[in-house]
Design a protein. Structure first.
Length: 193
């Protein structure tokens, strides 16, 4: 079932996406990953692509929620965001890391590493799921990439910390992750519940 909460404020959505799954159909294979780490961005955030207003590059972020905003970074990697909020608002949740559940062999073959190191970062995740500009603006209610509702497992808790790899608004606690999950990206930094 598709999540019904994507129009809520971006920080709430970033927390609620933890435990949800992405299902990718790729070359006849089905890959399912569970989201374990996210970051929140919106138009009032100096670290967000939407901060300076709507442009051709970030147009998807201002569209209807539930679509995929894909961007190219460092001249070599793709990263993806789930668009959130109401149409006309620029907001999205960066999917930083996910835990492979199905299609592990396909993920490992695509990445050339074992699963524990294959999806623990936003660029790694996009490589594992073959997410690139061709999926920019994709409606996550449809194949070949679907977002499905999920929940935290019994005993799981959520931690938050400053976001990773940004140079503005570095003190904001807008990174959310499942505490202790081994697939969360391994970057030092303070965290709190």
């Amino acid at each position: 079932m598709f999540p019904e909460f994507l129009e809520e404020p971006v920080e709430i959505v970033a927390r609620k996406l933890l435990g949800c799954t992405l299902v990718r159909t790729l070359d006849g294979h089905r890959i399912t990953v569970r989201i374990v780490e996210t970051e929140a961005y919106d138009q009032d955030d100096p670290a967000s692509h939407a901060f300076r207003g709507r442009t051709a590059r970030n147009d998807v972020m201002f569209g209807p929620c539930g679509h995929l905003y894909v961007y190219f970074t460092y001249g070599m990697h793709y990263c993806c965001n789930v668009v959130t909020g109401h149409e006309g608002e620029g907001s999205g949740v960066l999917i930083r890391a996910a835990q492979p559940l199905e299609g592990v062999e396909t993920i490992e073959a695509r990445r050339g590493v074992v699963a524990i190191n294959a999806t623990n970062g936003p660029a790694k995740l996009c490589q594992a799921l073959a997410i690139d500009r061709a999926l920019g603006g994709h409606d996550l209610r449809r194949e070949p990439l679907e977002l499905q509702r999920g929940d935290l497992l019994p005993g799981e808790t959520v931690s938050q910390s400053p976001r990773i790899g940004i140079s503005k608004a570095t003190d904001r606690l807008r990174r959310f992750f499942i505490t202790g999950n081994p697939y969360v990206s391994r970057v030092p930094g303070a965290s709190r519940r």
